[in-house]
Write a protein that binds this ligand. Structure first.
Ligand code: S3P
Length: 173
């Protein structure tokens, strides 16, 4: 069996609330926070959208795996991008770092949330709603398989999601 670390790892689709919940959890628990998108953006000194348009998705995915490999094994909150589960090597590394929590939300909620920040490169299509539905359909099982447990965030505020995560973690300890 793989040795598991003490980090709290947030996975889930774009718009699931990973970044906001990650910030809230890290400040409540006074823990360091590692956000893979921020790490990649900092390394390239470019926005995620610019990295996609200038270097392509494959370069981004490569940088994403490198960012995960750089996260130290410590008690921390780790925030990931929505596509992190596409590579098994990422999932294996994240599960070694800690407990993996899937922030779930229904399609309509995800679409409403991503529409507020229309910068996601993968949703720059003629029909972003259909693209979102298709990506969600292909990824849902990957999120479920990677996660130790899920929290449905559709009707919760960020603080309530943090509290639900902490309740589940404390129960399992
Ligand atoms: C992606 C999600 C984004 C970002 C990149 C790719 C994806 O992160 O990593 O645009 O493949 O779902 P968020 O989930 O924080 O939007």
């Amino acid at each position: 069996m793989t040795e598991r670390g003490d980090a709290i790892v947030l996975i889930g689709f774009m718009g699931a609330g990973k970044s906001s919940v990650g910030r809230d959890l890290a400040s409540r628990l006074e823990l360091p926070r590692y956000d893979t998108d921020e790490m990649i953006s900092g390394r390239f000194r470019l926005s995620i959208a610019d990295i996609f348009s200038r270097f392509g998705e494959t370069s981004f995915r490569h940088a994403e795996s490198e960012a995960i490999a750089q996260i130290p094994p410590e008690r921390a909150v780790i925030v990931t991008g929505g596509g992190v589960v596409l590579r098994k090597v990422n999932v294996d590394a994240l599960r070694r770092l800690g407990t993996v929590v899937y922030l779930q939300a229904n399609e309509a909620t995800l679409f409403a949330r991503v529409s507020r920040h229309p910068s996601r490169p993968l949703l720059q299509t003629d029909n972003p709603r259909a693209t979102l539905a298709e990506l969600l359909r292909t990824r849902e099982l990957l999120y479920l398989q990677a996660a130790d447990f899920s929290v449905d965030t559709s009707h919760l505020r960020h603080q309530e999601v943090s509290e639900a995560i902490l309740r589940k973690l404390n129960r399992d300890e």
